[in-house]
Design a protein around this ligand. Sequence first.
Ligand SMILES: [Zn+2]
Length: 329
Amino acid sequence: MSIWTTRAVTAATASAAALALAGCGGSDDAAAGGAGDGAGDGLTVVAGFYPLEWAAERVGGDRLDVSSLTPPGAEAHDLELAPRDVAAVAEADLLVYLDGFQPALDAVAATEAAGTAWDAGQAADLTLTAEEHAAEEHAAEGETAEEHAEHAGDDEALDPHFWLDPIRLASVGDALAERLAEADPDGAAGFEQNAAALRADLEALDTEIQDGLAGCAVDTLVTGHDAFGYLADRYGLEVVGISGLSPSQEPDPAQLAEITALVRERGVTTVYTETLVDPAVAETVATEAGVRTAVLDPIEGLTDESAGSDYLEVMRANLATLREGQSCS
Ligand SMILES: [Zn+2]
């Protein structure tokens, strides 16, 4: 009975478009932070959104000039590309994107960057889907399992949010080092070293999260949109997203009632909202169920209000939030 509805135009889309127009400043800042004096003579890399930008900066070091197509503060799923963004993709030495995550960019990757687009999802081992929801939906329409299987394998059901599992992100860093070495053979040794350092940081983070979430009283994670599947999978939690795999897939009233009942049944004490998405729906569930809200960041973009200045810091802030919200000892 779960049916995701899709809004045609959202406030987030509008603000993303507005920010895209002013996006050059953010891109320049990001390049200055990552590329230093090498900016200008290194490879030009365009990333789809923050975690890919961060990984590219870490692996590329001063040999890359990295920018992100998603401006700080914009909702990443609903990315809209201005003509100059399309031109940047076409001119870049490498486009680092995630197929199935930003539909506008998928289209441009195919037409403008056929030989230079690199899909991070290939190295990320994307194994999770929203099949459960889809299956329920089709069952409600009286569809048989066989009929459902005919449209299974649809990309839209694949969960793209791999970066919330640090180990998957480390694998993407290793694969990116290899791809960069093809484009810049002189930098190969450096890329490999940088990817190893990135992996070490991510494995240390993974150990901290394993330890931090080892003894939690509540193992059901109720989040804004369904972004935390890979995190939940790695650390033995079960995630219930109030919206679908994209924040624009809002739940219907019956589904909201179902989630509210589940919050009560499982002793959930905290419903998580996000930094870049309107918290109203999650707040409704929390109010109905009589529980708290806290901000858990899916790290689809950073803003001044983010609980840290890079991926590692925000993940550690997320860990602290989870330890409190899931009553971990
Ligand atoms: Zn998402």
